[in-house]
Design a protein. Structure first.
Length: 449
C-alpha cells in the first residue's frame, strides 16, 4: 500500500480524498493555489503545498508544479480528483516516468476513451449501441450538411475532446448548422486546444443514465449499477439518483452489461463511468466514458455500500477487487443535489464571496460532502459547486421527503446558491413521478419564470 498520497485537486473532492486516505491509514498531502490559501480543509491533510497563483492554468493544471510538490512531500501516488488533470493521459505518463503512481485508469485506455469519437468506435467494437453520428470528425460544411440530410434535423455538434458541455451546439437547419460548426470549433479550440468536432443525431427528450464501473489491474471489472442524471441545465447535471425510476429490469441489466463489455475492450482499470442516453422506447445509446471518479459518485456509494475512492486507491496499489459482481447489490434509494454558488434569479450567474452563515442540514439519511464552513470565501476562479447534498432512504418517496427536509434546514448567507431551485424541483410532479428527461428543467421549470 502507498505510504503517502498527494491530492492534486481542491475543494470538496480534495477533502473527500483526504478522508479516504485517513480511513486507510495513509499519509496525505494536498496542493493549493494562492486563491485557496487558508481554506480550512487544507489543515486536515498532513501537509499542504502551494503550487502557484489562482488561475488554474498557473497552478492546478501545471504538471511540473504538481510533480515538484509530490517530490517535496515524497508522495508515492497522486490522486487527481475530477476536472483539472484527472483525464489527462500525458499527466499520467509523466507520473509514471517520475515513478509516482497515478490513481486512475491506464494511459492507453484514457487516451482512447478521452476522445469521444474514438470512444464511440470502441463501443461499436464492443457491440454497444451508439447514437447515430458522423463517421468520425467532420472537416467541412459539406460533410456536415450531407450527414444532416441523411439523419434529419435536429443534429448535435460535439467536440471530440469535449467536456462540461463545451463545444456543443444544437442545429435545427442548414443555416444554424454552418454557424454552429464555426462556433463549436472555436469554443472547443479555446477550451481543449482541439477544435475537432463530430455530429450526432439530437435525440428527442432522452434520459441520461450512466453506469459506474470499477476494475483492477488483474483484468477484473464489475459494474455498480446506474445513476439517473436526467435533471440538467444546459447539459450540466443538477440532480442525480439511483436506482433510475421506471427503468425496466431487463434494460438496466442490458446497459450494465454493455458498460462492462465496453471498458473490458479498452483494458480499463480503476473507477470509471459509461454514459448513455435512453429514449422513450427504452432503447439506449452510448455517448461517452468518464475516465475518472465523478462528482456524483457518492450516490452509488450510498446504495451499494462500496467506498469508491478507497477502492480506487486499493486497485492503484495493485490489489485485486474485493467484490465479485454477485456481491454488488443496491439497497434503498439515494439522491444528490449539486449546491452551486450561483444566483438562480439572475441566470445562474456565479456568486463568489464570503459565506457569512453556513448552517448545514443533518439527521437520519443525510450526507453532506463539502469543504465550506462559515467565514469561507468562495474564490471566483473555479467551478461554482460548494456542496453535494445527499440522502439515502429505503424508498424513493422517503428519499424525496428527506431531501425536502434537508433543503429546508440548509441555511447559507453571504452568497447565492442553487438551494431555491432544488426546493422547487423536489415539488415538481413530473420529477416526483419519475417522468423527466434532459431538457425538462429548461422546458418546464426555467422558461415559465
Ligand atoms: P460533456 O462531456 O460535454 O458533458 P456529454 O457527451 O456527456 O457532454 O453530453 C452531456 C449531455 O448533453 C447529455 O447528458 C445530454 O443531456 C446531452 N446530449 C449529448 N448527446 C446528445 C444527443 N445525441 N442527443 C440529445 N442530447 C444529447
Amino acid at each position: 500500500m502507498f505510504q503517502r498520497i498527494l491530492v492534486a485537486n481542491r475543494g470538496e473532492i480534495a477533502l473527500r480524498v483526504i478522508r479516504a486516505c485517513r480511513d486507510l491509514g495513509i499519509e496525505v498531502a494536498v496542493v493549493y493555489s494562492e486563491a485557496d490559501r487558508g481554506a480550512p480543509y487544507l489543515a486536515l491533510a498532513d501537509r499542504a503545498v502551494c503550487i502557484g497563483p489562482g488561475p488554474a492554468t498557473d497552478s492546478y493544471l501545471k504538471i511540473q508544479r504538481i510533480i515538484a510538490a509530490a517530490e517535496v512531500v515524497n508522495a508515492d501516488a497522486i490522486h487527481p480528483g475530477y476536472g483539472f488533470l484527472s483525464e489527462n493521459a500525458h499527466f499520467a505518463e509523466v507520473c509514471r516516468t517520475c515513478k509516482i503512481e497515478f490513481i486512475g485508469p491506464p494511459e492507453a485506455a484514457m487516451a482512447q476513451v478521452g476522445n469521444k469519437d474514438r470512444a464511440k468506435q470502441l463501443a461499436k467494437k464492443a457491440n454497444v449501441p451508439t447514437v447515430p453520428g458522423s463517421e468520425g470528425v467532420v472537416h467541412t460544411d459539406e460533410e456536415a450538411l450531407r450527414f444532416a440530410a441523411q439523419v434529419g434535423y435536429p443534429v448535435l455538434i460535439k467536440a471530440v475532446a469535449g467536456g462540461g458541455g463545451k463545444g456543443m451546439r444544437v442545429a435545427q437547419n442548414d443555416a444554424t448548422l454552418a454557424t454552429g460548426l464555426a462556433q463549436a470549433r472555436q469554443e472547443a479550440e479555446a477550451a481543449f486546444k482541439d477544435g475537432n468536432v463530430y455530429l450526432e443525431k439530437y435525440l428527442d427528450k432522452p434520459r441520461h443514465i450512466e453506469i459506474q464501473v470499477l476494475g483492477d489491474k488483474h483484468g477484473n471489472v464489475i459494474h455498480l449499477f446506474e445513476r439517473d442524471c436526467s435533471l440538467q441545465r444546459r447539459h450540466q447535471k443538477l440532480v442525480e439518483e439511483s436506482p433510475a425510476p421506471n427503468l425496466p429490469a431487463q434494460v438496466r441489466e442490458d446497459i450494465c452489461a454493455a458498460a462492462v463489455r465496453l471498458v473490458k475492450t479498452a483494458n480499463y482499470y480503476s473507477a470509471g463511468t459509461c454514459e448513455f442516453l435512453v429514449d422513450k422506447d427504452n432503447k439506449f445509446y452510448f455517448i461517452e466514458v468518464n475516465a475518472r471518479i465523478q462528482v456524483e459518485h457518492p450516490v452509488t456509494e450510498l446504495v451499494t455500500g462500496v467506498d469508491l475512492i478507497r477502492e480506487q486507491i486499493r486497485v492503484a496499489a495493485g490489489e485485486k477487487l474485493r467484490y465479485a459482481q454477485s456481491e454488488i447489490v443496491t439497497r434503498g434509494h439515494a439522491i444528490e443535489c449539486r449546491i452551486n454558488a450561483e444566483d438562480p434569479s439572475r441566470d445562474f450567474r456565479p456568486s463568489a464571496g464570503v459565506v457569512t452563515k453556513w448552517q448545514p442540514p443533518g439527521g437520519p439519511g443525510v450526507r453532506l460532502d463539502t469543504h465550506v464552513v462559515t467565514g469561507y470565501r468562495v474564490p471566483p476562479n473555479y467551478d461554482s459547486m460548494v456542496a453535494k447534498l445527499l440522502v439515502h432512504r429505503p424508498t424513493r418517496a422517503e428519499a424525496f421527503a428527506t431531501m425536502r427536509r434537508a433543503l429546508r434546514e440548509f441555511v447559507v448567507e453571504g452568497i447565492h446558491t442553487t438551494i431555491p431551485i432544488h426546493q422547487e424541483i423536489f415539488q415538481t410532479p413530473a420529477f416526483i413521478e419519475g417522468r423527466v428527461d434532459t431538457t425538462f428543467i429548461e422546458r418546464e421549470l426555467l422558461t415559465k419564470k
